[in-house]
Structure formats: structure tokens, C-alpha cells
Write a protein that binds this ligand. Structure first.
Ligand code: SF4
Length: 472
């Protein structure tokens, strides 16, 4: 099932007031020559509505063969063209777009005309425009300069010139918020990034995000409350120290104070936040209390920056906007765990916990089961242990295994953990709640070695039992 979407956006609905660009105006740039037009090399593109598509198909011989039949229904109003490496049918030897060269910029397919700022979503009455998440090697412009390629007024004019015909995914707002309020908060953070002083640390920017969140949206700050600037800095320093410990890093990365890295991360932050907040999902909300909560995003952002600094220290000379987007995506399960390490959490009511998830190798089974048992509600309500303590006690000593372990627990716990004392989810069926209750009784009654033996034995006799339920 595809996420809900609308069919394009007419130019009349594209206004400066209702369009949220996820990056500060003019701060991003790209160079098609040095990148060798990666976007034109095998990724396909959408062509507008049917008459334009026909005109477009007429630009090249036999092009109709390369229309993707999945999207070729006339009722869709758009067509997806397959493009094969090493390049588009229209890419000239000089690396130019043949359609643009012959028929002008406005004749280009919409995907290409708006690229790389063509990652468009709708939330309430707002259109959210972000850069494509990975294809274009965007760079942050040098301090004090601006590039028209990412200027909001110019981009909006481009969008308005023909309207948008591609399907636009519709996304939910975070719980307890409205589209206006989440966009206002993100605008405030984007503009704080734009004003951020050269030479300051990323941690200072994470503090600013925390303070802006709790002053504009105290309802999403949750158990963090609204700390003073000093207390917020202490919280984030504590987060950083705990994250490094859990990741098995003994000393702070040297690149934490690298001015270029800090500036790139600060200016990428509102886009990174948008990639989490405005994520289309199928059948359920993208926003879970643990992990995706808006109040926890400053921690997630500080975590992404920490990973970028570690990548830099590990030898990656140039950490770019693209690097940060990739790190945030690949490490999302780990970042969600780290961002909640200071909280006492428990398994949500009605959740069946996989006793042997498919990524869990035999060596990770014991540490994984320790965490599973420690977060059972009956235990947690007695001990009230912060998630970070539970993870630190169970984590393997080996550095690589620690990251595998955190990834595994992060994947299983995403959307399945909740701060202590959460009531039964209204959507949980009685049968499901009973099955989960029975499973928890078994998990709580047996110790980790017995559970481990039982699961391993079941796994050996029945490979299909891997990932199946225990006691349910
Ligand atoms: S139509 Fe032009 S801009 Fe689009 S992929 Fe082909 S060569 Fe590139």
C-alpha cells in the first residue's frame, strides 16, 4: 500500500507563506560539471501530464519503449521514464541536457527542472520542499556568501511557473501539534541556523534547538521540561558522553570543534529534522514517542553530528551535506536509542517482542535477551532504570559487536518502547494484549541462560521458529 498522496499542486497553491523550504535561503550549492551530472545517469525521471509527455516522447525516437508500465496509466497524468546507465537518452557528450539545449529550460521534465530541490511533501496546508536526500553532492556555501541555486524566491518562482504535476505524499503532523505549529518551530530552528555564529560548537546549536522547542512547543518537551540554557547544555553534554560510552569510543572525536564541519552540520540540521518529521508512512504515524518525538530531536541531531565527527576522525576528509543525510538514515535505529538513553522506558502494551529477530546472531542473543527482560514493564516499574544503563550493562565488549547490538535493539524497539506508565494503546486488540501478556510472563519467569537455550534449541529444530513468537 502506497502512502497517501495528492496529484500535483497547482501554481495558485504555491505561495511563499505556505511553502516551507527545509534549508536557509541561498546556503546550498552544487556543481554539475564536477559531479559529472550524476542525476542524469540512470535514475529515471517523471514527465508531466500526458500532452507534455507526448511532446517529450517525440523528442527522441522509440522512447515509448522506455516508459515504465507501472506508472504509465494515462489516468495517472504522469509517466516515469526509465533511464539506463551510463546516461539519459538526452544527455549530450558535453554533459548537457539535450532537451534544454534544443528547446529551452522550461521544456525539461519536471523532475529535472526542479532537481535537486524536488523532494516535496504536503503537511496540512503547507508544502515542504527539501533537497533530494542523496543524489546531488550539495555543498554549503562559504560564510557570508549566497547562491541563487538555492534561493527560496527563485526556487518558488520555478515551482510556480508550471505548478507541480508529480504525485505529492501527504504526511501527518506529530501528535499534539498542528501543521502551523510544527512548521513555525522548524522555521525558527532554520533561521537560528542561518544566524549561527562562526566558531561556536554544534552542542551550542543543539542547546538552541532544545530551548526553542520548549519555549515554542512546551507540550512536546515531555519529561525534559523547559531547562535553563546551562541545564540544557549539561543535558546535551551528558547525552554526548553517554553516547560515546555506548558506542565504545574512549575519547571525544577531535573533529568536534572543526569549524567547517560544525557549519555544514548546523546548516543541514533543518533538512535532517524535516527528513524525520515529514516522513510519509503507510498505515501508521511516523511519530512514536520514543525515537521520533520532536522534543528528542535536538539529541538526535547532536548524535548525527557526533557520528560525522567520528567519520571525519576516521579519515573522511570531507564530510558534506550528503554524508550527514546518509549517517542520519543508516544510524537511525542507534540514534533513536541514544536520544532516549536517559529515560526509563518499557515495552509498550500489546507489543509482541521478537525473541530472536532475524538480525540477531547467536553471539548477540544473550545481550539482546537481557535488554528484552530488563525492559519488561513489571521489572521496569520496580527498578526505573534509564535505557542507557540497561544497554550499558548488556552491551558486548567488542567494539564492532556493540554497534551491531545497538542497531539490533534499536530496530526492534523502534515504535515499541514507551516512557514508563503509558496506558494500553487504544488500538491494541484484547487478543493481542493477552498474547503479549503471556509472552511477557514467560520472558519474566525464565532467566537469560534458560531463555537463550530454549530459543537456540527451537531455532535448530525449526529454522522457521527464528523470529517467531515465544509464549504467544
Ligand atoms: S532530461 Fe535532461 S536533465 Fe533530465 S535526466 Fe535527461 S539529460 Fe538530465
Amino acid at each position: 500500500m502506497a502512502p497517501p498522496e495528492r496529484k500535483g499542486i497547482p501554481a495558485s497553491e504555491l505561495s511563499a507563506e505556505r511553502t516551507y523550504f527545509t534549508f536557509p535561503s541561498g546556503v546550498l550549492t552544487y556543481n554539475c560539471v564536477t559531479c559529472n551530472t550524476t542525476c542524469c545517469r540512470g535514475y529515471g525521471y517523471l514527465v508531466d501530464n500526458r500532452p507534455v509527455a507526448q511532446a517529450h516522447l517525440a523528442h527522441g525516437r522509440n522512447l515509448h519503449i522506455f516508459v515504465d508500465p507501472q506508472s504509465g496509466a494515462p489516468s495517472n497524468g504522469f509517466l516515469r521514464m526509465r533511464n539506463c546507465p551510463p546516461g539519459c537518452f538526452f544527455l549530450t557528450e558535453g554533459g548537457l541536457c539535450g532537451i534544454q539545449a534544443e528547446h529551452g529550460y522550461d521544456a525539461k521534465p519536471e523532475t529535472c527542472r526542479l532537481f535537486p530541490f524536488n523532494y516535496i511533501r504536503q503537511v496540512g496546508q503547507y508544502v515542504v520542499v527539501a533537497p533530494h536526500p542523496g543524489l546531488c553532492p550539495l555543498q554549503v556555501v562559504s560564510h557570508g556568501s549566497a547562491d541563487v541555486k538555492s534561493d527560496h524566491t527563485a526556487l518558488l518562482a520555478d515551482m510556480r511557473s508550471q505548478g507541480i504535476s508529480a504525485p505529492i505524499p501527504l504526511v501527518d503532523v506529530p501528535p499534539g501539534m498542528t501543521a502551523e505549529r510544527i512548521v513555525s518551530l522548524e522555521l525558527a530552528i532554520r533561521e537560528a541556523a542561518n544566524r549561527f555564529e562562526a566558531g561556536a560548537s554544534y552542542l551550542e546549536f543543539a542547546v538552541q534547538q532544545l530551548l526553542l522547542t520548549c519555549s515554542l512547543e512546551p507540550s512536546v518537551s515531555g519529561d525534559l521540561g523547559c531547562p535553563s540554557a546551562t541545564a540544557a547544555a549539561e543535558l546535551l553534554e551528558g547525552f554526548q558522553a553517554r553516547s560515546l560510552e555506548l558506542l565504545g569510543i574512549r575519547s571525544e572525536p577531535e573533529a568536534l570543534n572543526d569549524a567547517a564541519l560544525v557549519r555544514t552540520a548546523v546548516l543541514a540540521t533543518s533538512t535532517l529534522r524535516a527528513s524525520i518529521i515529514f516522513r510519509p508512512t503507510v498505515g501508521r504515524t511516523a511519530h512514536s514517542e520514543v525515537g521520533g518525538g520532536v522534543g528528542r530531536l535536538p539529541y538526535v541531531m547532536q548524535g548525527v553530528f557526533l557520528l560525522a565527527a567520528l567519520a571525519h576522525d576516521a579519515g573522511m576528509a570531507s564530510v558534506t551535506f550528503q554524508t550527514l543525510m546518509r549517517l542520519a538514515d543508516v544510524f537511525a535505529p542507534v540514534l533513536n536509542l541514544l536520544a532516549n538513553a536517559d529515560r526509563a522506558v518499557e515495552w509498550k502494551a500489546g507489543v509482541m517482542i521478537p525473541p530472536m529477530p532475524s538480525d540477531c546472531t547467536d553471539d548477540l542473543l544473550t545481550p539482546y535477551l537481557s535488554v528484552v527482560r530488563d525492559l519488561l514493564p513489571r521489572r521496569q516499574r520496580r527498578t526505573r532504570r534509564p535505557l542507557g544503563d540497561v544497554l550499558a550493562d548488556a552491551a558486548p565488549r567488542d567494539a564492532v559487536d556493540r554497534v551491531r547490538f545497538l542497531t539490533l535493539v534499536g530496530q526492534v524497539s523502534q515504535n515499541n518502547l514507551i516512557a514508563l506508565g503509558h496506558a494500553l494503546d487504544g488500538r491494541t486488540s484484547v487478543t493481542r494484549a493477552l498474547r503479549a501478556g503471556l509472552q511477557r510472563t514467560v520472558l519474566g519467569a525464565l532467566d537469560v541462560p534458560s531463555l537463550s537455550m530454549l530459543i537456540t534449541a527451537r531455532r535448530r529444530t525449526s529454522p522457521k521458529a527464528r523470529g517467531g513468537s515465544l509464549g504467544g
